[in-house]
Structures are given as C-alpha cells and as structure tokens.
Design a protein around this ligand. Structure first.
Ligand code: C2E
Ligand code: CA
Ligand code: CA
Length: 525
C-alpha cells in the first residue's frame, strides 16, 4: 500500500447521484479505487480498513480528494462531489485544515464539496468531530450521514450535528421489496430526515421497483447501479449528456408532518364516513361521521371488531365477506338500510395495500343515501302509476319513423302484452283484420308525404276472440329545422261507438226516426 501511495495508484471513481423528481444527475459520490494491473482487484472494504490500521488513510484520502476535485473540474454543469472520510479521521482536530489544504489548490469550489461520515464517527466522545463538521459547514461544505441505520447513533447526536443529508444504507433499500420491516424503516428514515429538513439519499438502488417505492415515499436523491456504476472521470465526461445543477432544496416539498395534518383534517371533517380496519378486521380509526352512523362514540369503536355489534347470524357472513375483500385485494359496495333510524347508506369496503401489494388493512367509507333512496322510490312509484294507467286505458300509444315504420307501441291489456318491442308490434299487425291490413298500410304510406295529421279505422282481434273497431290517429312532429322527425299516434277502442253508429244507421232507415238519427250521426262524424 505504501508503494501504491508512492506511485499514486489510488484513483477516484465517480458514481452519479440522481434527483428522483426529474432524473437529472446532481453530483457524484467519489469512491477510492486501487488501480494496479499487476495486482488482483482489491476493493475499498479491504484496503480502507488496512489504510486506517497502518496510518495510511491520510495520504490515501489526499490522493482521492486531489484527483477527484481536479478531474471533476471538466464535468459539465455544477455537480457536487461527495467524499468519504473514515471515522478515525474525525478524531483528528486538524482534519478540517487538512481537507481544505488539499482541495483549495485544485480550484474546485468548496460549496460543491460534500463530506460523508458514518454513524461510528458519532459514537463515544465526538466533540472533535462536531467541531470539524461545524467548520466544514462554515465554509459551505455540506456534511452527510452515511450508511444511516446500520450503526447506533442516538437521535440526540443526529440532532446535534448539522447534517445536510441522510444516506439510507443499501441493505434496507435492497430488501425493501421483500421485507416489510425494511420498507417501514426506509419510510421512517425518509420521514425523519424530511422533518429535520435534510435531503435524503437512498443508496444501492438497483431496480426500477425500488426507485418507484422510494419516489413514492418522498426520497429526494438516489444512487445505485440502476442510475450508474462508479466510473472513471473520463467515462463520466464521455457519457454525461448535460447534467447537474447541484442538489436543489425543494421548497414545494410537503413534509410528512404537513401531510399527516392535512390528511387528519380531511379525515376528521370529511363529508362522508371514513374508517380504517387492520387485517384482524378490527377498527383502527373512525371519523366522527362513521361513529355517528355506528351509533357509538369513536372510543368505543376503535380496537373493536367490525362485526362486534352485528347480530350473530350476520357475523360469520360478514367476516367471510371482509376476508374475501382482503384476499382478492378488491372493493365491494353495498346498500344498507338502518330500519330503526329510517336511513340508508352506501357502504364501500376496499383492501388497502402498500407499495409492493401487501395488504395492510381495510378502508371503509359510508355515504348517507337516504334522500337519494327516497327520490328513487318516489320516481319508481310515479313510473309504476304511469305504467298502470297506460295499461288500463283503452288508448294505445305508438310512434313511427319519418319513413312510416312503426318502432314503438305501448303495452295494453289484452293485446300487445309482449315485453319486447318488436314482438309487441308484430302482435299488433298479426291481429289486424286481413281486410283492413293492406288497406291501412296503403292509406298510411300514401299519407306520409302530406306530413299532416293522419286518421284511420280498422278491426283488431282482441284476446277474448272478439273483433273490435279501433281508431288510429297520428300527428307529425317536426324538429327545430322544420324537418319531420317522428310520428306520434294513439289507437283508441271505438267498438261501442261503432255499434251505436250501426244502430243509428238502422234507425235512419225507419222513416219516423230519420231526422233524429241523422242528427246523432252528425255528432259521430
Ligand atoms: P459507501 O460509502 O457506502 O459507498 C457505497 C458503496 O456501495 C460503494 O462500494 C459502491 O460501489 C457501492 N454501490 C453503489 N451502488 C451500488 C448498487 O447499486 N449495488 C451494490 N451492491 N453496491 C453499490 P465501494 O466502492 O466498494 O466502497 C465501499 C466502501 O468503502 C464505501 O461504502 C466507503 O465506506 C468506503 N470507501 C470508499 N472510498 C473511500 C474513501 O475514499 N475514503 C474512505 N474513508 N472510505 C471509502
Ligand atoms: Ca459513502
Ligand atoms: Ca453508504
């Protein structure tokens, strides 16, 4: 290693740090590489501890800092560079002066330099470390806490150090998809960092799915093979399109605390009833409206099974239904009427899943639909009333296209009762007296071009086998452009009138009744 240091064999590799909101490279972590063609590849996890042990970490760091800064001067834009310093270096009161003395001559701006330190630098007596970090801050160098979650730094220490950035260790990121515990840790760390106003960097991001989860959890920056492996400066310059504006602090970002309060306000004052249940089918929370519907104070509902107050015969069915919703990750809605309170609700139950599709509970919403139900019932009664009166009435309504083709016929008692429209119309034609059928059709077709009200009479065979006379009248309906749109017609039973007419006509043949009969006939026609 001494020989390698003398021959300057340690080289910086640059790994991109990517802004999750827009995919742009904002900077690079600088990682040490021992480049010697004569040796097998040795990774930093081996040579860094060795350098620490033999007191060579200082010279090694000097090479990486100097080369890193010099080489990065050719990078387009203004990327930041994040360097690693070992925990033992933070015990050295001269660390700050050492770092500045190496970087300044390169001309790389200090405000684009970040220093990464691990949690182990925070344990024990870290007064010196704190002083160094504060001095870094004072010249615009940002400090990141690396590998967060793997050590045992106390929250007190975390709070005491003015960290700009929290780096979530790759071990959590990489087990996130399979281990709900990791996912919770990642979510909590992101929340913690955001609450403290820090930028969150996720390390070791290898898959799109990991990136998606991180983005949804509100992670700012990602680093990992998905976005780029550590590479030599030359490769970076060659491959980088036009990156890098440095890490932006987003003022528009909503902190988990704000989000929590926003959701809480929405939840509490929502115009609908809301509740959440865990996988044991017990309520975890209910808002006031749901408590009101359930008829108990929220405190008596939370922690209790959903089915608690149900009649025994419904309990099993309800449990099965809820379990099925969870198993199938589905939503079910159904109407429920509270007879005692004379109210109706539309209740909807939805399985809630986390980012990787694991069920975490049931979301329950209920909307009061009493008024809508009442309106529906009234409308239905109206419809029914109308239908019945049409059925009773001796009048049958019909309608035809401008071409004369009949396409509507209302149902009537004793005839044309088929429920399908086409059958009903066919039934009418079939029942027409054959002496009338052709005549009426001819009259109708001949009349159409006149576009004036139409009227005719014909015989129909009723259900009881009797022939009845009916009068069919139609009126044309024109649209706003004056074009014929439809014919609307009514058929009325005139059998009684016909009998009367016949009787009167007979009367007319008797001389003494002649005058009277003529008068009556005039009334009819
Ligand atoms: P670190 O600071 O946590 O650096 C991140 C490590 O994760 C790097 O390993 C990097 O190559 C690796 N990595 C990045 N993306 C991925 C990924 O998507 N998947 C996987 N599996 N790994 C990924 P590397 O380069 O082997 O460095 C190992 C450790 O050595 C570093 O961990 C750091 O603690 C230390 N180190 C590296 N360079 C220096 C240095 O100049 N000074 C000091 N003091 N320590 C250094
Ligand atoms: Ca690091
Ligand atoms: Ca790390």
């Amino acid at each position: 290693m001494k020989d390698a240091l003398r021959h300057s064999r340690f080289e910086p590799a640059f790994q991109p740090l990517v802004d999750m909101s827009n995919g742009l490279v904002v900077g690079f972590e600088v990682l040490a590489r021992w480049v010697d063609p004569a040796l097998p590849a040795i990774g930093p996890v081996h040579f860094i501890p060795a350098a620490e042990r033999y007191g060579l970490i200082g010279p090694l760091t000097r090479q990486i800092l100097r080369k890193g800064c010099t080489e990065a001067l050719q990078f387009p834009g203004e990327p930041i560079l994040a360097f690693n310093l070992s925990p033992i270096q933070f015990r050295d009161p001269d660390l700050f002066d050492f770092v500045i003395a190496v970087i300044e001559p390169t001309g790389f701006p200090l405000r684009r330099v970040h220093i990464e330190m691990t949690e182990s630098a925070l344990t024990g007596d870290d007064g010196v470390a704190l002083a160094t970090v504060q001095r870094f801050k004072s010249v615009g160098i940002g400090v990141a806490l690396d590998d967060f979650g793997t050590g045992f730094a106390s929250l007190t220490r975390l709070h005491a150090f003015p960290f700009e950035t929290l780096k979530i260790d790759a071990s959590f990121v990489q087990t996130m998809e399979t281990d709900p515990g990791s996912r919770k840790i990642v979510a909590s760390v992101i929340g913690l960092g955001q609450s403290l106003g820090m930028t969150i960097v996720a390390e070791g991001v290898e898959t799109e799915q990991q990136a998606t989860i991180l983005r949804r959890l509100g992670c700012d920056i990602a680093q990992g093979w998905l976005f780029g492996k550590p590479a030599a400066a030359l490769e970076i310059v060659r491959s980088l399109p036009s990156p890098t504006g440095g890490i932006q602090r987003k003022s528009t970002r909503v902190s988990p605390l704000q989000r929590f309060h926003q959701l809480e306000a929405l939840y509490k004052d929502a115009p609908i009833a809301l509740g959440f249940a865990d996988l044991d089918l017990s309520y975890v929370s209910v808002n006031d409206r749901l408590a009101q519907i359930l008829g108990r104070p929220a405190a008596d509902i939370v922690g209790h099974p959903i089915t608690e107050k149900l009649p025994a015969r419904h309990k099993l069915a309800m449990t099965r239904l809820l379990q099925r919703i969870i198993d199938r990750r589905s939503i079910k809605s159904h109407e429920y009427s509270d007879g005692a309170m004379a109210r109706s609700y539309l209740i909807s139950c939805q399985c809630v899943c986390d980012d990787v599709g694991d069920a975490i509970g049931l979301s329950i919403t209920a909307i009061d639909i009493t008024q809508r139900k009442a309106a529906q019932v009234a409308l239905k009664a109206d419809e029914e009333h109308f239908r019945r009166s049409v059925e009773l009435s001796p009048n049958v309504a019909w309608a035809a296209k401008p071409s004369g083709e009949v396409d509507y016929m209302s149902p009537a008692l004793g005839i044309g009762e088929a429920s399908a429209m086409a059958d009903r119309i066919a039934d009418w034609y079939a029942r027409m007296h054959e002496q009338d059928r052709a005549r009426v059709r001819q009259e109708w077709l001949a009349w159409l071009p006149s576009q004036r009200p139409f009227s005719t009479q014909f015989r129909i065979k009723w259900n009881d086998g009797e022939w009845r006379w009916v009068l069919s009248r139609a009126k044309p309906f024109f649209n706003s452009r004056g074009q014929l749109e439809r014919w609307y017609g009514v058929i009325s039973d005139i059998s009684d009138q016909k009998i009367l007419e016949a009787t009167v006509a007979q009367m007319a043949s008797l001389p003494q009744e002649n005058a009277q009969a003529a008068q009556i006939l005039k009334l009819f026609r």
